[in-house]
Structures are given as C-alpha cells and as structure tokens.
Design a protein around this ligand. Sequence first.
Ligand code: T1G
Length: 733
Amino acid sequence: MYSGDNLSVNVDAVGVAELVFDLLDSPVNIFNAKTVTELSAAIDAIQQNSSITGLLIRSAKAAFIAGADITEFTPAFLAGEAKIAELLHSSNHNFTRIENLPFPVVVAINGFALGGGCELTLACDYRIASDDLRIGLPETRLGIIPGWGGTVRLPRIAGIETAIEWIAGGKEYRAPAALKSGVIDGLCSADSLRETALTTLQQAIDGKLDYRARRQQKNAPLRHNTTEKTMAFMTSKAMVLAQAGKHYPAPLAAIDVIESASSLGFSDALKLESAAFIKMTQTPVALALTGVFISDQMIVKKAKRLAASASDVFSSHSPGSKSTAKAAVLGAGIMGGGIAYQSALKHISVKMKDVQQSGLDLGLSEATTLLSKRVERGRLLVKEMAGILNRIEPTLHYVGFDQLDIVVEAVVENPAIKSKVLAEVESSVGQHTIIASNTSTISIDHLALSLKRPENFCGMHFFNPVHAMPLVEVIRGSRTSDQTIATTVAYATAMGKKAIVVGDCPGFLVNRVLFPYLAAFLMLVRDGVDFQRIDRVMESWGWPMGPAYLLDVVGIDTAVHGAEVMAKGFPERMQYDFTAATTVLFEANRLGQKNGEGFYDYSVDKKGKQAKTVSNESIALISPHTQAIANQIKDDDIIYRMMIPMVTELARCLEEGIVESPEEADMALVYGLGFPPFRGGALRWADRLGINTVVQESEKYKFLGSIYAPTKEMERLASNQESYYDQNKQGGA
Ligand code: T1G
C-alpha cells in the first residue's frame, strides 16, 4: 500500500495494516529527515484507506527505533528556532495523526526503543514488547528534553513519578521494569512478538479492549490531586539538582515542563514541551553533549574497524561469547591487578605474573573485592563470580607464555626496571606475541631499545582505577607494526574500554596535556593563590576534582616523578624555575591520599571513603614558597591560567600528529581525566570562546612561561576566525 526506502505499509485481507520500519543502508532504525517524510506519506495512505480496521507498527531490524538522527541535530539547532519548531511539528503531527486514527494501533517493540522511538510507542494504544527490550528517553543526556510528546504522554500513561524518573534520569529500562511501571502492556519472546501484538490488536478491534478510553486518558490533564503533585515535583527537583548539578539544565527543564503541562490538555501541553525543547537546543550544553555523542561514536567505530583487521582472537569476541584470546599481565599491583580483573570480567583468560606470591595474593584479593561489590549492587550473580576469578591464573613463572596473544607489562614506572622485564618476557613469548607496556610517561621507542622484535611492541596506557576509567591510550612507537596496534586496540575494546591510538612522546597525549595544567596550578600557588580556592573554582567550572585534590589522589610522589620526566622531554616548556608546592610536600613525605596527607589531610569516613580536610601543616609548608602577587586575581583569571596551557598543549599534540583528530583529542580528556562532558572537550571549549580570544588571553599570561605561547596553527585559526570543529557538523561554537 505504501513502500518507501525506510518503511512500508501493507494491509491484509481482513483490513489489518502493518507499518514496518526497515531503514535502507543503516544498521539501526532512526528518524532521519527522510524517514519522517516517509512516515508522513505512509500515514496519508493509511488515512485514505477506509478498509483498515487496525494498525500494527513494528521493526524488521534487530531493534525497534533508536530515536531521532543525532547527526542531524547540530545543523538543525544552529538553523534557529523557527526551523526547529518546523521539525518538531512534522513528527508531532505524524504521531498525533497515528494516535487519532479511527481504529486501534498496537506497536510491537523489539530491542532498543529510545528517544523518538520510545515516543512513537507512547502515541500507540497498546505496547507489546519482546524480552530483549531496552526502552527509555535519553534526551536529557544530550542536553535536551523529549520533543515528540514524551513529557506529555509518559506521565499520562505511567504516572508522574515514573515519567520524572525516566525523563530526568535518561536511563534505559529492560522489559520487566518497563512492564512493572506500566509503560508497556505485555511481554513475550522475540519469536512470538508479531503474533502476540496481532492478537492484542484483534482484541482491540473486536472491542474486548477499550482503546478509546486510553486515548482519552492521554488527552486529558493529569489526574493526581494537587498536594500529591506538588510533593512529587518538589522532591524530584531537589534530587535532580543534587544529582545532575548546575551545569546540566535539561533534567530540571524536563521536570518543569511535566509540572507546568500537568494541568493542561494534550495540545497545550505539547506546545509547552516544544517551547522548552527549542530553548534547550540553544544552550551550549546541548551542542557540547551532542558533539560528545558523535565523537564517541566515531571513536568506537574507528576502534571496531581497527580491531576487525586484527587476528580474530579478539575481533571474534562479543559480550557473552567465550573469547579464545590468551592474555597475560606482568605485575599484580594496582594496575596489573586491575587489568587482570577487567580482562576476566569480559571473558578473556589472563595469566597474572608477579615475582612474589604476596603480590599475587594482593592482586586476587583486589579482584575479589571488586567482584563482591558488583554482587552487592546486583550487577553480578554469586555463581558467576567464581567463573570470572577462575579466568585469572596467578603464576610466578613464564610457563605457557609462548602460547599467548598479548602480554601487558605493568611493573613499576621505572625505565631501567621496565626495560629489563620487557627483555626477559620477550625471550619467553612466541614470535607473534604482542608485548604492550602499561606506562604513563616513558617513551615507547626508548623501551623498544631493549627488544629484538620492536614491531611487536607498543604502549597500552590504562588509567587508574582500571575498572572505572573508560580510556586506554594505545601508543604507537616508530617501529610498532600496524598488526600490533590492531590487536592491542582489539584487546582494549574486548575489555570494554575506549581505545584511542596516539603517537609516542613523553606523557603521550593525556599526561602530556595534564602536566602543563598542573604547572599552571603550581604557578598560581607560587603566586599566592590559595590552593583550596583554585580547587573550588575549577570544580565549579566542571572538573570532578580540583587540581590540588587530583594531585593528592594521583600521589604527590608520582606527580613529582612525572613532572621530572616531562621536564626532561620538553625542557623548553615544562621545566620549573621555582620551588613547586608538590616538591615541598614530597620532601615532607606528604604523598597524598596514599599516606593520608598531601595538600589536604585524609581520614576514612563512616562509609569507608577517604574524606579530605584542611591541613594547616601543608599550608604552613607551602606558604614560605609563595609570594602575594596574585591577590587580586579573579576567578576567570584562574580558569584561563589553568585551561590555556592544557588547550595549547592539546593543540600542539594535534599539530604534531600525536593524536589524529580534534574528536579523539577531546574525548581522550573526557574518558581519561573526567573533563566535563557538558563543555565537550578542551578544543571545543576553545572553539566556543573563539580561538582569537584564547590567543589574546594567552598574550596576557605569556610572562608566566612558554606553556602559554599559542602554536602557529592556533594563531592561523585565530586570524582566519576558524575553529577546530566544523561548525555545521559538530557545533563547536
Ligand atoms: N542517531 C544517529 N545515529 C545513531 C543513532 C541516533 N539516534 N542511534 C544509533 N546510531 C548509529 C550509530 O552511530 C552507529 O552508526 C549505528 O547506529 C549502530 O549503533 C525528538 C530529541 C541505539 C543503544 O540517544 O545509544 O530521539 O557507527 O554501534 O552499540 O525526543 O547507538 O554504524 O555508523 O552504537 O548496539 C535519542 C543513541 C535521540 C540513542 C545501539 N536516542 N544511540 O548501540 O550500536 S534524541 C539516543 C545509542 C531524540 C526526540 C529526540 C546506541 C544504541 P555507525 P551502535 P549499539
């Protein structure tokens, strides 16, 4: 009856129509502009056919619909409010037309039904889902709110509390939770989904189910009494503000819409939603978070492509399947133990070698603790725990190393010790075994000097704690082969990590840009700015922790050592010509959280967490090395003085080819350092400010040292008013 590239409609002999989504040349169904247009034409055809008695909507793909096409967002958001209103209207008009058809509409939902995909299901009369359902409204995670009736229909279908939880939280829900909350009406196996949905449709056609009553409920104001409503909104707003924080306005905006629209009929409520949606699209946060989504997809895709060219031991691996890969980690310390745990968790058998039994015991007990926490949180069954632990094989010897696909060296960060261990392991592994060094600063080319097969060697920089930090930097030395990079990326991906390939230099990408930021901090302290104030300012700017706190968490000794390596690598920029607060603390044996005292003092609180308190001792130690020249400094100056060296070093890494693209550069900071996602990355932040502003600000601070000197490319971009991101695609500004 209707046949487009992305969807079609057929009617059977008794008048039951089926609208089937099956996007051409796309692995998932999404609402791109073409699909919206086709849907409109399909509804026209349905409306014109008087023989139809009921409509079933379903997908021919492995998932239902993953929402609006996010790649179309930035140009749409930048096109202005009138254009966005037009786009909203097209889909809303489609959905209300479906909702008002003169016969019942049932949707069969398989797999993902997210964003606009979920909103389409809400416009239908009955929702039947298969067991693999993953449904939700993730819009607030993109800095916007549902725009196709989600804030209006969901509270009217499932109640205010559920709507607030789903929309403000932006999570995906599995079938049992969706059924319990009343969002879906029935559940069945994937095999019987179409039949079950057709049966429901027939019951509605036969008058056994009152679909008209459902429509009435969706069109009317919400029925809760006023006190109940007020309470629900007040408590949820307080909770959301505490959770999302001031930098993420969308969740609160969504609750405001639900609240204001609750006493209105459908079309007025929808107008409110559209207005609020448009407002959110004009925030920098929406552009940044949309950009982060697109960059993330690009990185995942690039890693998948690389992994596919690797030997198939890792690339054949998919979640739940048994990997045939054999890996090993050398050193059962915090990093080595973490790598072994993460491998085992993701179904990869791993040997964990140490020189001491006590080291192995510690590595295993760490893994056990992490697994127990997962069990406590309901994310793992006790019976699965033993299986995971059994995948870690502790050993004191190199027996069986000749059979391995990859070995990760994770011994102490000392070039001499690492070189010795690497040479030793190379003599025990097979000709094709890949050796990766988990180093945070030491040059891969330097470490490769101790090896006979440098082509099989690369860096694999994990971040601490391994299980929690998404990033793995895969470092290509000048003699590393493509195959080595591909297999290492495949391993990192199979471990559930985001792999970004970077070039070899001291600190690689993330630490190379972190150290100038930390140097900026130490200069501010030298110039008399209270380190607690700097922490407050940077945390309020969006960092998960300020620089002093971060240094305490990393370890003052580690930071001092890292700064020495970086100063040697980049003496023209990264050498200090003053006594740094970190050096003073290190000499006083204040090593940070690890020994309970650093910039701050630490004690274990009731929940077993390290709580920080002001330390008069550290202040007394540091103050003789400070000069009160920055007394008048404003918060904005602190931000510029901290951020410009980071942006500049990141720009330099991009120019030198240490990292291939602005997307990877920015996402490495988001995944590896917790750079605030709502700012979209350091280069995107610079784009937003305007590179000319960054260059002008740099000028003000150049007396502080060459970490503030803009690169040639930054100057070029500034004078041509260009940016790192293509404004129309990725919305940098
Ligand atoms: N837009 C554009 N592309 C998308 C997409 C989307 N919504 N969803 C998936 N893709 C692409 C993805 O980039 C990849 O492309 C391929 O599909 C397979 O995805 C008005 C405002 C659905 C959980 O936030 O979370 O609706 O790499 O490899 O791991 O209210 O994709 O093959 O070229 O990630 O199985 C709300 C976003 C939009 C969902 C599947 N929707 N997608 O994960 O496969 S806002 C979302 C995802 C909205 C209305 C509004 C995931 C997935 P390529 P994949 P996966």
